[in-house]
Ligand binder design. Sequence first.
Ligand code: GDD
Ligand code: MG
Length: 368
Amino acid sequence: MSFESAQTDSAPLEAILLVGGKGTRLRPLTIGVPKPLLPTAGVPFLAHQLAKAAAAGVTRIVLATSYRAEMFEQVLGDGSEFGLELTYVQETDPLGTGGGIRNAAAHLRSGPDDPVVVLNGDVLSGHDITAQVELHRKADAAVTLHLVQVPDPARFGCVPTDLAGRVTDFLEKAPEPVTNQINAGCYVFTRKFIDAMPAGVVLSVELETFPGLIAAGETVMGYVESAYWLDVGTPEAFVRGSCDLVLGELGSTALPGQPGDALLLPGASVHSSAVLSGGTTVGAGSSLAAGVTATGSVVFDDVQIGAGASIHASVIGAGARIGPGAVLDGVIIGTGAEIGSGNELRHGARIWPGVRLDGTAIRFSTDA
Ligand code: GDD
Ligand code: MG
């Protein structure tokens, strides 16, 4: 992989990437790997976000880490691969979204009036970050939030705006949302408004900072753009996001190959009679035997899938073994788990790492 920053006329842009969450809704996948590093369309999820940020002219990113903090630098290094300078900051105890931003800000070089981009680390978005920054500058705003319309706003931050595009309220996970317009998890802050947040305490931008700025009469703008948008925080959304990237529904320069029906990583071996579709990824060292059908799924590295198995809308963790004829539909299989032949698992089933579900004895052979 190699990424270049876009040439821009404006000053170098810095960003903070929030990656400290535990990713509990994605367990068991996130037991060993934090959500932002899960293999997504063949690369760690963050590779897509980093490539996009670099293309928008971001040059430095401070990663606000906590859960499994040490893994981020191991995987992403100094960022040169992405045309970025990456700095890692660790919260020993998670400080929340606001506390994480405030803590990371100590490592920024931007001046008090410069715009700083802040990104949730689990969002795929096709929106134009440069246009969002432009709106922020023109409005001379304290913060400018990317907003999108979704059918299920109660799961997100509900954000009404007035006719001028100014945010009038911020209602996090409101049981009765007043609009379908939600916080998409990409903010532009004027630096001094980050420095004004209390330091060293647990703080939520959604529950405290944004409502506080609005109540104080500061300019909080909404940048509404209905490009591709997805929070990959649930199993269904994670699978969808990976498949959409493979299919090219969302363009990403981090995709290791051309968009298409399926992505095979180097060292994957797929029998000629197996059928892959719907943006399925097959990880390095994984093998799919004769007659396997895999639609809209994510198969991590070193997985073995036996003859005639059928995999749909599922994630198969690294090193898992799926017996011949097994049917997996809408499930997550943890690292190294073994699903015996003929088992049928459907609808949100989650198998923990190393668990073995007996079927008929699992037998694999290269010519099966
Ligand atoms: N550093 C740090 N410290 N990061 C954190 C912490 C923390 O204590 N807690 C959460 N994060 C990071 C997560 O890793 C994730 O990247 C981001 O902050 C958002 O956390 P989620 O747990 O994914 O929140 P959410 O999806 O329920 O809601 C948020 O995102 C929605 C859009 O996807 C909110 O910002 C909503 O308002 C928004 O609509
Ligand atoms: Mg989220």
